[in-house]
Write a protein that binds this ligand. Structure first.
Ligand SMILES: [Zn+2]
Ligand SMILES: [Zn+2]
Length: 252
């Protein structure tokens, strides 16, 4: 398996996961034109996509899903709650997934994992192929036992380091938004992300990507600092950027 990012953050998200002939796009928070540009940067086009998987209906994840699926005739996978989003109405290739089972696309086995986030039925995804596991985990406000169970034995992990609690507290957001972002149904702060990492099998991780980093309430240096306190094994750490995402990473 390999994976790459079209961009990561509150202004748009999209991740590619690929194995053999199967190429999956997870979330599309960009316009069609912008998505095409970002796919080309990674050597792909929308014609190469096997399907689009959606995590939840916030616009930084779903904005481009309907338009892209209609233009290219793509199948879209989402939970029942996410599928209620008005922009998904009438999509011909809509497949509902449930958060307590696995499904196959090509030779990739996919688990949709329910997460606490302020959307209708949000989930995140774990991808498995030939004994290797890739976990994508962003947009959650707290860490549940189910999340730990699903993500503890990954070979690669894309993990949310959304904000630094102190920066959020003194930052530019209005009080209601600060409460939302910092709450149990908002986003992981650096400390929570580090805490999750202290509970997974770090020795197995070939790649760790810090993702969905807030441009207003966090810095890469602060995220790295929180990480350094708990990270003992994995040295292959990088951060996903809003504009550049990250280039292809292979899981061996
Ligand atoms: Zn988001
Ligand atoms: Zn969200």
């Amino acid at each position: 398996m390999r994976f790459a990012s079209l961009g990561s953050g509150s202004r748009g998200n999209g991740t590619l996961v690929e194995s053999g002939d199967t190429c999956l796009l997870i979330d599309c928070g960009f316009t069609v034109k912008e998505t095409e540009r970002r796919l080309a940067r990674l050597g792909r086009s929308a014609d190469d996509l096997s399907a689009v998987l959606v995590t939840h209906e916030h616009s930084d994840h779903i904005k481009g899903v309907g338009p892209l699926a209609r233009k290219y005739g793509l199948s879209v996978y989402a939970t029942h709650g996410t599928a209620q989003y008005e922009g998904m109405a009438g999509l011909p290739g809509l497949c509902e997934v449930n958060t307590h089972g696995t499904f196959l696309i090509g030779d990739v086995e996919i688990s949709a994992v329910a997460v606490p986030h302020d959307a209708r039925e949000p989930c995140q995804y774990v991808f498995a192929n030939r004994g290797r596991r890739l976990g994508l985990l962003t947009d959650l406000g707290s860490i549940t036992p189910f999340v730990i169970e699903q993500y503890r034995d990954c070979d690669a992990l894309v993990l949310e380091f959304n904000h630094d609690s102190d920066m959020l507290a003194v930052g530019p957001y209005p009080p209601s938004l600060k409460r939302r972002v910092g709450g149990d149904w908002g986003h992981l702060n650096n400390h929570q992300a580090a805490q999750l990492l202290s509970m997974v099998e770090q020795a197995r991780l070939q790649h760790l990507v810090m993702a969905h980093i807030s441009e207003k309430n966090n810095t890469v240096a602060l995220a790295e600092q929180a990480l350094a306190a708990v990270m003992t094994h994995c040295e292959a750490v990088l951060s996903a950027d809003q504009e550049a995402g990250f280039d292809w990473l292979a899981i061996n």
